[in-house]
Design a protein around this ligand. Sequence first.
Ligand SMILES: [Zn+2]
Length: 412
Amino acid sequence: MTTISVPINLPDIDVINVRTLDNADIIVRVESTKTGTYCKQCGNYITKYHGLNKTVTLNHMPSFGNSVYIEFQPIRYRCTDCDGCPTTSEKPSWYQSTGHCTELYAKYILDLLINSTVQDVGRQENITYKRIVSIIKNHVPGKMDWSKIEKIRDLGIDEISLKKGHKDFVVIISTKVNGRSVVLGILENRKKDTVKDFLSSIPKHLAKTVENVCCDMYDGFINPAKEVFGSKVNIIIDRFHVAKNYRKAIETLRKKEMKRLKSELSEDDYRKLKNIMWILRKNYSDLSDEDKETLNLMFEYSPPMKKAYNFTNKLTSIFNQSLSPRQAKRKIKQWIANVEKSDLTCFNTFIKTLKKLWNETLNYFINRLNSGFVEGLNNKIKVLKRRCYGIFNVENLFQRVSIDLAGNRATY
Ligand SMILES: [Zn+2]
């Protein structure tokens, strides 16, 4: 018979015995080496033995692929100082009485959950969905613990839709601490009041440290940020959100033109344009020769599309250049003037928004700060959504994002 030694790695315990069950599960019976506990009533350290509690069986780190369980009977002590001599059972630091597992095991499960799903980890570790959820609940806060950060400086406000094609948005408030993204909050909708309530809930000493707020061209984010953080804070419209807005313009025009072409072209000719929506979304440099042919065909049929496409690329190139705010201002003004001189109307809404958020948009050129960290976060959440289909509860979402972002650092 081969003897294996199982590293238990729990403090203040002695191993009494180790049993292996028929299914190869390993049961390790331990007892505490501590000789007392703190009275639940007076808080004094008490050492008078009263008796043993029921045996608890706790999941522990697997060993060589076998499940390991810790068997433990907590000792109950009696306080002779308090009225009625109440008893208190010992509470070792290495497990939570509600958790059904050791802290090491909980940490192990949380590590496995990084970029994985509750279902997959459950299957892999032979542990129920409910248990994993309870581990998450006991170890990962459902909202921001503000004492964990000292300052905010850059704050990102962004939205993601939780269900494809639905207008069900959640709002992600985030920042970066020592180079890593931290989610400060996930809000269940993008209403102005919801955003304002959250921003107002940031403790005063931290709110004072906010210097930049990155968000998209949406009043419901910009106004609460101004109201809560005051006029000293820079509101910066991320260039990607500006792009989202002017791309919407070309998309609107595309729909209009395609409708016209559908009635004017033969079915065969019209069908040749079927990929145009995707082609317009790509960078020109990423297009295949076939894509370029389709694009040119579209431009032949629709000169306004060609014009709009060129305007779109022109604006993108302005954002790509390293311009000073003053240079950018001049170039974008010129761009607006050129669009307005053309007979295109598809950019009207965009230009109106741009003029209204003029300073906020140009602020981007001050230090080219963008909510890239929010974008990275969005990607994480998108992946998470795909993996954990059905997380529509913002508290759960906050916990799961925290797990993924903390990675192996395991500070949630
Ligand atoms: Zn007492």
